[in-house]
Design a protein around this ligand. Structure first.
Ligand SMILES: Cc1cc2nc3c(=O)[nH]c(=O)nc-3n(C[C@H](O)[C@H](O)[C@H](O)COP(=O)(O)OP(=O)(O)OC[C@H]3O[C@@H](n4cnc5c(N)ncnc54)[C@H](O)[C@@H]3O)c2cc1C
Length: 483
């Protein structure tokens, strides 16, 4: 039975069933909160948290609920939506580091709107989850999101300079990192970086340490020009050897190195307007290369590189099939095609939710020199299952997607996923590069970290949120508290 929660009227909380229903799902999971609050400013967030802390009422933050790990839904206590918080932004020159620029961004700002507006003013903010048009900037910080351009620009953490957040007891904190510190932009969205700054602790903390209300991010004073390319290959094996070479040889111009297998290509063949590829294609690489001045030079140099690669592979004609996208509408279309793949998988998987099925997807990563062996190890478990694989191959971070049609299959796929995560950790990688572990993958915390590291994370959590009201179940599975 659901708990009955008493909240002061001034909080504007709702327990209306239709409203609760509207906040009860992410793309893959459902959980019904007891109440929803939508504070309008930091003072309201502070008052609500102070009250809930005193009464021991759980509070889970959400942005636009695109999380894939049930991190932004809850069936315990209140769901606190960020949607009415500040969504504005302003840019200022960094007073500590003249020549560098900072954006002060309300957490409710839509990432794509923020980035597009910046670009119109000649500034560039690189983090770019595929879901950028659907997500709030604050939530991308709370998950340490990454995207296709993370090959060059790293994860969100790399760009965060400071933030404002509210602790569980209602205290409002404004924290900045040292401007000279270069933040670690490597992809990892599992757990808390225990020995790092207060700013770093909050990044990727999935709502467990505080509610973010503003983020301060570094932006670059120039929007780089780039060309996008689709390079078609006839096997995954060819992709893996091409990637090793590309990553070893590529200079700083390479911005993105993404992969889609034949099953992902099938989604494009079926659903993407204007998409075409050679008949023998079984795999594709999606690359972006930056340039200054004349685009033809960069296009020519990549074409020459692939000509030689393809001739070594015995498929020289595939060089002629490379598709180059130089104009913004073409590049946008390509991005939309790329987004279509996970969006279609999520839609397909949701159909099996009522039968206990759904999507099980990997977010593990390994050092790129391990990716060929890791993929071979994982593929050995495939049997006759239909998997869809796409993602950030240049970072050693492809997403394997299993669509389970019933509960038995779902449990089997989860078992495989956990096995593959263990293998990724053994190979020097981790269990989640960008989505976070939320509730659905919280058990993987112990796969990636030693018992003493987990204990240190629990100690951090206790010091921020002694009554454990924030985002119960996210990152820290219930059993960890009973040891
Ligand atoms: C089709 C699709 C593609 C995707 N592609 C990518 C991708 O390429 N890269 C990637 O990294 N992710 C991707 N995601 C996952 C998701 O979009 C990201 O995790 C995103 O950062 C979530 O943003 P959101 O606004 O939907 O936040 P939500 O899903 O609502 O919340 C995400 C997390 O942030 C916390 N949170 C939200 N707001 C606050 C706040 N104000 N204070 C504290 N904590 C808060 C929540 O508690 C939760 O833990 C994808 C999802 C979909 C559906």
């Amino acid at each position: 039975m659901k708990a009955h929660i008493e909240l002061p009227q001034a909080f504007g909380a709702t327990t209306d069933r239709d409203v609760l229903q509207a906040y009860s799902a992410d793309p893959l999971h459902v959980a019904m909160p007891d109440a929803v609050v939508r504070p309008k400013n930091v003072e309201e967030v502070s008052r609500i948290l102070a009250y809930c802390n005193e009464k021991r009422i759980p509070v889970t933050a959400c942005g636009n609920q695109t999380s894939l790990t049930a991190a932004a839904i809850t069936d315990q206590g209140i769901l606190m939506s960020s949607e009415r918080l500040d969504a504005s932004w302003r840019i200022e020159e960094d007073t500590q580091m003249p020549g560098r620029w900072l954006a002060f961004v309300g957490v409710a700002a839509n990432l794509a709107a923020f980035q597009d507006d910046l670009a119109a003013q000649g500034f560039f903010y690189p983090p770019d989850p595929t879901s950028r048009a659907e997500v709030m900037v604050g939530a991308t910080v709370a998950t340490n999101a990454s995207g296709e351009d993370s090959f060059k620009y790293g994860s969100t953490r790399r760009w965060v300079r400071g933030l404002q957040y509210v602790r569980a007891d209602g205290e409002v904190r404004n924290v900045m990192r040292d401007a000279k510190q270069v933040a670690n932009g490597s992809k990892n969205s599992c757990g808390l970086p225990i020995r790092d700054s207060e700013v770093d602790l909050l990044i990727g903390s999935e709502g467990t340490l505080g509610i973010l209300t503003q983020v301060i991010v570094e932006v670059l004073p120039k929007v780089p020009d780039y060309v996008s390319m689709l390079v078609f290959l006839n096997s995954e094996q060819s992709v893996l050897s091409a990637v090793q070479q590309i990553v070893a040889e590529a200079g700083p111009e390479l911005r993105c190195c993404e992969y889609m297998d034949n099953a992902a290509l099938d989604i494009l063949r079926e659903h993407a307007d204007d998409f075409s590829c050679p008949d023998e294609t079984n795999a594709v690489l999606y690359l972006k290369a930056e340039f200054e001045g004349d685009s033809s030079l960069v296009v020519e140099s990549w074409y020459t590189r692939f000509e030689s690669l393809f001739s070594k592979m015995g498929t020289p004609h595939l060089a002629d099939a490379i598709q180059v996208f130089e104009d913004p509408p073409g590049q946008r279309r390509l991005r939309e095609w790329r987004h279509l793949v996970p969006a279609t998988i999520n839609e397909r998987a949701a159909r099996f939710r009522d039968f206990g099925g759904g999507k099980v997807s990997s977010d593990w990563y390994v050092p790129v020199d391990q990716i060929a062996e890791m993929m071979a190890e994982v593929r050995r478990d495939q049997g006759s299952s239909k998997w869809i694989v796409f993602g950030h191959i240049g970072n050693g971070h492809p997403h394997f997607n299993f669509i389970a049609e019933d509960l038995r299959q779902y449990q089997h796929d989860r078992m495989l996923l956990f096995k593959h995560c263990e293998a990724a950790v053994r190979r020097g990688g981790g269990v989640s590069a960008e989505h976070g572990i939320g509730k659905k993958k919280a058990k993987l915390l112990e796969t990636q970290y030693s018992a003493s590291e987990v204990q240190e994370m629990l100690a951090v959590k206790k010091s921020f949120d002694p009554n454990r009201i924030l985002a119960p179940g996210n990152i820290f599975a219930a059993h960890l508290w009973h040891r």
